[in-house]
Every structure is written in structure tokens, then in C-alpha cells.
Design a protein around this ligand. Structure first.
Ligand SMILES: Cc1cc2nc3c(=O)[nH]c(=O)nc-3n(C[C@H](O)[C@H](O)[C@H](O)COP(=O)(O)O)c2cc1C
Length: 273
């Protein structure tokens, strides 16, 4: 599964130290590292071995060299840039009546593929509700769920002000998907314990990538919850068998520009020293 070019390898053991599954070892001081017994089964195909080797000595059967993108230091961003970027992201709830180009959505989701996942499982799939009429139809099912919840769980309905959302809906206001043109849904197999975290982290990466592109995003928590618990909506989504929707993002072009960063709670932190 692995090959280390003995000419290029400098025996620095960086690959051995960086392998998260600890499946590389050096038998003798002179020899390049080798795979431990059962190494192939234990490997999580994260590609760290190939990516970290400064000498390009490492090859891995399942990680083709032509798929390894170089890291470009000139594109790295500073802490100040990162802080400004992350703090100036806003949940966008007013969208232009303009579709987002499918290529842009593809670019965003192709960045989200690189988000971390437990055991490098990469369990996330996406359902893109691109058709705005279809999104409105699905949104009406969230409204049905809210009406049902008012009967079944009035305390929860009151806590989340379903009455206001439902009253707004009656007069043409979409408090669920905020009239966004599209919805991105991250879904994964419920049998995979890494799935919920992976979907949320990938959705967060998608949100930030969209923001960097000048697009607006807002997490669609009501939609996501209804999709989990309201059978008509779950059925309408028609996800692959065993899959659950763990994150949903409205997406579109923002109507307004934010000029200031609103304050947030003070940092809550405990140092154990
Ligand atoms: C998991 C999650 C679900 C959310 N669901 C909704 C939602 O259904 N509708 C909505 O308008 N905003 C939703 N939001 C956005 C939050 O209200 C928003 O993040 C918060 O008010 C802070 O504003 P900011 O994102 O602009 O900093 C959700 C956020 C998260 C993280």
C-alpha cells in the first residue's frame, strides 16, 4: 500500500511521527520506515504521510500523487484577517431575488469536502434544493409541522414563537427559509457515529466559503428539525435509506451589507493549571 523511495527518504521519521494511526515504523536506523502488521487495515487514508514528507519520498496506493494539491504559503491569511473574516460573517435573512450560479455552489461544497471528520470517515453527502418553488413547497411542510407542534407540544411551540412565524406565513412572510432561493442540506448515515459532527462542521465550512464569495447564508434550524421529526418532510426529501439531515443552510445573494460587528457574550473560560 505504501512505497518510500529510499533515495529521497532522509530517515527523518516525520511520517512515522505524524501518522495518526501509528502504522509506520523504522526497523533499522538505515532503512526507510515500513508498514506495521495489519497497517493496511488500520490506515484511515488521511494522506498525512504523503502530504507531510518534505522530500516527496512517500507514495500511497490509495492517495494518487496527482491529487495532492500544493500548499501555497502566499495564500495563507493572517490572524487579523481571519479574525475580521470570522467576526464579520452574519446570518443573512434578506436575499436578492437572484439565483446563485450552480458552479458557485459546487465550488463551495468542494471546499467543504476538506472539513475534518472523525476517523477521516468523510460521511457527508449534500442535497441541494436548487429549485426555489420546490423549496417553497418543502417550507410549507415545516409550517404544517409547526401547526402540529402547537397542538402536540405547546410549550415548545411557545418557546420558539411558532405563533409569530405562523402568523407571518399567513401574510406571505417566510420565517423558515427567509425567501432564500436555495437550501443546502448535509446528510449522512445515522449508523455512523461521526455523522452529526461531520455534517455540522462541513456545513460551517460551506457557510464560510459562501461568505468569502460574497454570498449570504443562514442556518435553517427549523427546517432541519422538521426534516428530522416530521415524516411528510422526511419523505419529501427522499434521502438515501438510513440517512438523516444533520444541517441545513439557506443560501443566496444578500440584499444588505453589514457595516459593524455586533457584540457577543464575554468569553466563558476556565483555566485548569
Ligand atoms: C444550528 C443553528 C440553527 C439556526 N437556525 C436558524 C433558523 O432556523 N432561522 C434563522 O433565522 N436563524 C437561524 N440560525 C442563526 C442564528 O440565529 C444566528 O447564528 C445568531 O442569531 C447569531 O447571529 P450571527 O450568525 O449573524 O452571528 C441558526 C444558527 C445555528 C447555528
Amino acid at each position: 500500500m505504501i512505497h518510500i523511495d529510499p533515495e529521497r527518504c532522509k530517515r527523518d521519521l516525520i511520517c512515522v511521527m505524524e501518522c495518526p494511526a501509528r502504522i509506520l515504523e523504522q526497523k533499522t536506523k538505515e532503512a526507510p520506515p515500513v508498514l506495521v502488521r495489519d497497517g493496511e487495515a488500520l490506515c484511515i487514508r488521511c494522506g498525512h504521510c504523503v502530504a507531510v514528507c518534505p522530500h516527496e519520498a512517500f507514495s500511497h496506493r490509495d492517495i494518487p500523487g496527482d491529487q495532492l494539491e500544493p500548499v501555497r504559503p502566499e495564500l495563507q491569511i493572517s490572524f487579523d484577517q481571519t479574525a475580521q473574516f470570522l467576526k464579520s460573517r452574519r446570518s443573512i435573512r434578506s436575499y436578492k431575488n437572484q439565483p446563485v450560479e450552480r458552479e458557485k455552489i459546487l465550488d463551495i461544497l468542494n471546499v467543504a469536502r476538506f472539513a475534518p471528520s472523525g476517523h477521516n470517515n468523510q460521511p457527508v453527502s449534500w442535497l441541494v434544493i436548487y429549485n426555489t418553488d420546490e423549496l417553497r413547497r418543502l417550507t410549507s411542510m415545516v409550517i404544517d409541522w409547526m401547526r402540529q407542534m402547537q397542538q402536540e407540544n405547546p410549550a415548545m411551540a411557545a418557546q420558539w414563537h411558532f405563533d409569530r412565524i405562523l402568523a407571518g406565513y399567513e401574510i406571505g412572510m417566510d420565517g423558515i427559509c427567509r425567501h432564500a432561493p436555495h437550501l443546502l442540506i448535509a446528510h449522512a448515515d445515522k449508523a455512523d457515529p461521526t455523522a452529526p459532527d461531520a455534517c455540522v462542521i462541513a456545513a460551517s465550512a460551506a457557510e464560510l466559503s459562501a461568505f468569502a464569495m460574497g454570498l449570504g447564508v443562514c442556518w435553517a434550524g427549523f427546517f432541519r428539525t422538521a426534516a428530522l421529526f416530521w415524516p411528510p418532510l422526511s419523505q419529501a426529501l427522499a434521502l438515501p435509506s438510513g440517512h438523516l439531515p444533520y444541517a441545513a443552510l439557506m443560501i443566496g445573494y444578500p440584499r444588505f451589507v453589514y457595516h459593524r460587528i455586533p457584540p457577543r457574550k464575554q468569553l466563558s473560560i476556565t483555566w485548569r493549571t
